[in-house]
Design a protein around this ligand. Structure first.
Ligand code: URP
Ligand code: ZN
Ligand code: ZN
Length: 460
């Protein structure tokens, strides 16, 4: 099967030119000006950007959390991702206490297999790692799961102590693996939460007010220091504020392999959202919480200077009805997380490129290429080049859309961006050469996505 995309403006992390793209058997085979080649399907991309499919390296489909589970499953969540121009996700398998790493991965393979609309991979949330498990961790890296998430937050659930973090960083580092860190001092935060509840402070806004930026900055500082002692790289997930960013910047200035991602919610939403009337603030209960608005400019600065390398979503949706409601009388019982996988690419185009904060090339780098390099998928994913998978988005840079729960495709009853009008619309999406989104319609089927074995980070 040959597909030819004609007349588009191809934009990668480094290129920007007009050319045609020929796709054969799911892979880009020829790129050139005015290709004189017959194809079964010809797509006219005149006036459109032709960009690599987005890579969202931080999603939680079907994640069990706080007595419920994330409302998007691996089908609805990956289909919504495709609608928004994302063609690869890296989700998180969870090792619960007492389980082997292999059991955890098997459980998550069983959840996702045959369901996804786009390609996917897993990081492995590691909650226990004694010395005798290190060979298993090495084997898992060799088999293509090359990154792990550890938590300094959520005592009694996911939190691991510093010894375990050091052990995991050393073990992963020896094999080229990468530890992704949820960096917040959850032990101190829990004490602050106890005090707030004892004082009768139960509204959603207290989720934010009990998680100070210092708790995140301390976590980031400690994660980087432990990584330095373990002689390993570290990747800070969902970095939310200037205080934490300062720690990453200082480490990078010292030449350390410290990396970080931020998410659209920290760039476009703020603490003010928690002040919305009634229980509305629950929509934004996520961890780390939204911060004071002035942090946004600092995060954009970090994205510009490459102290932040990646934009993910941390997509972890819970419906207001029956899920967020679990914490109506106690903010600490509101399931943590918010939806976002569908709008990351157009939101960053609008807020970054249209609003003159980043270049078009940097937009592609932040939403696709950098994650591919960080997580061992490049150049198969993350670019448009001969030999790369034909994961391609045809993007209208001029058309506008208004985000709403009434029209989005995520399985959740609200949008954190309700009513926001943005410039930039995903017109067509190809996943390994197959058209999966066309004219606002999903053309694929559950199970089209493949599990991706990954290599190691090529960013260092
Ligand atoms: O609130 C969040 N971020 N929920 C998902 C779990 C996590 O910590 O990433
Ligand atoms: Zn986290
Ligand atoms: Zn997360």
């Amino acid at each position: 099967m040959k597909t030819l995309i004609r007349n588009g403006r191809i934009v990668t992390a480094v290129d920007d030119y007009k050319a045609d793209v020929l796709i054969e058997d799911g892979v880009v085979s020829v790129i050139g000006a005015r290709l004189d080649i017959e194809a079964e399907r010809v797509i006219d991309a005149e006036g459109k950007l032709v960009i690599p499919g987005g890579i969202d390296p931080h999603t939680h489909m079907e994640l069990p959390f706080g007595g419920t589970q994330a409302s998007d499953d691996f089908f609805t969540g990956t289909r919504a991702a495709a609608y928004g121009g994302t063609t690869t996700i890296i989700d998180f398998a969870v090792q619960y206490k007492g389980e082997s790493l292999t059991e955890a991965l098997d459980n998550w393979h069983a959840k996702a297999e045959g369901k996804t609309a786009i390609d996917y991979s897993f990081h492995l949330i590691t909650t226990e790692l004694e010395d005798d498990r290190v060979p298993e961790l090495h084997r898992i890296i060799d088999e293509g799961v090359t990154s792990f998430k550890m938590f300094m937050a959520y005592p009694g659930v996911f939190l691991v102590d510093d010894a375990t973090i050091f052990r995991a960083m050393s073990a992963a580092g020896e094999r080229g693996g990468l530890i992704c860190m949820h960096a917040e001092n959850g032990v101190v935060i829990n004490e602050i939460i106890k005090r707030a509840l004892a004082a009768g402070r139960t509204a959603p806004k207290y989720h934010a007010l009990t998680r100070p930026t210092r708790a995140e900055a301390e976590g980031v500082h400690r994660a980087i220091a432990i990584a330095e002692m373990a002689e390993a790289p570290v990747y800070i997930v969902h970095l939310s504020c200037a205080d934490a960013l300062e720690q990453v910047r200082a480490a990078r200035d010292r030449g350390l392999p410290a990396f970080a991602e931020t998410c659209p919610q920290y760039l476009f939403l703020s603490y003010d959202n928690y002040e919305e009337p009634g229980f509305e603030g629950a929509k934004y209960v996520m961890t780390p919480p939204l911060r004071e608005k002035w942090n946004q400019a600092e995060l954009w600065k970090g994205l510009k200077t490459d102290d932040l390398q990646v934009i993910s979503t941390d997509h972890c949706p819970f419906c207001m009805k029956e899920q967020k409601e679990l914490g109506r009388d106690d903010f600490s019982k509101i399931p943590n997380g918010a939806p976002g996988v569908e709008h990351r690419v157009p939101l960053i185009y609008n807020g970054g490129v249209v609003e003159n904060k980043i270049s078009l090339n940097r937009f592609v780098e932040l939403t696709s290429t950098a994650a591919a390099k960080m997580f061992g998928l490049f150049p198969r994913k993350g670019t448009i080049a001969v030999g790369s998978d034909a994961d391609i988005v045809i993007f209208d840079p001029e058309r506008e859309q208004t985000i709403s729960a009434a029209t989005h495709h995520m399985n959740v009853d609200y949008s954190a961006y309700e009513g926001k009008t943005i410039r930039g619309v995903v017109e067509m999406v190809l996943s390994r050469g197959r058209v999966v989104i066309e004219n606002g319609e999903y053309k694929g089927k559950a199970g089209d996505g493949r599990f991706l074995k990954r290599g190691t980070c090529v960013t260092m």
